[in-house]
Design a protein around this ligand. Sequence first.
Ligand code: BEZ
Length: 211
Amino acid sequence: MSIKLGDTAPNFTANTTEGIIDFYNWSADKWVVLFSHPADFTPVCTTELGTVAKMKADFDKRDVKVIALSVDEIEMHHEWIKDINETQSTTVNFPIIADPEFKISTLYDFVHPNASDKFTVRSVVIIGPDKKVKLIITYPASTGRNFVELLRVIDSLQLTANYSVATPANWKNGEDVVVAPSIKTADIAAKFPKGFKEIKPYLRMTPQPNL
Ligand code: BEZ
């Protein structure tokens, strides 16, 4: 099955390092980052999971729950977590799904057979509180993800969800944002009391509204 932006994220039951979960119950009304890994006891994945554990407060601040997945067995995950904690000087503080039958990986399109038919690729799916898929990024196994970039994307997604704005290239939290094309210029002043600059009729900038 192929999963696309705007689709409803499929629900599933999974065995995780924090027990069996029903994904919808577990995620409740939070944002979710679901990210897949090629395999346990691999170097890049070890650094990624350690990095995410250290960034837990950044995800919590944004009301985001994080859940990892690899196709190895749950016993291996528990053994691997000991190594992650030791080598990355952290404590893994989010669940890792064991998906040895590739059920969830298939549901979420985490297997790209021409890259590998034995391992999942390094994918990230961000799911909103409405259970809709907001972002999908896939990296090759050899490239570790930039989780600071993921926080930046979450900041952008949450701004768009709460205000009629989009974020420009290389935008960072605190910088001006783009007024959504759906807003008529005549209506901007009422909607954005901090003011706006019309650079072109289709390019209107306003200070970040939630600051
Ligand atoms: C890694 O996580 O280090 C890795 C996994 C599969 C292929 C290459 C690297």
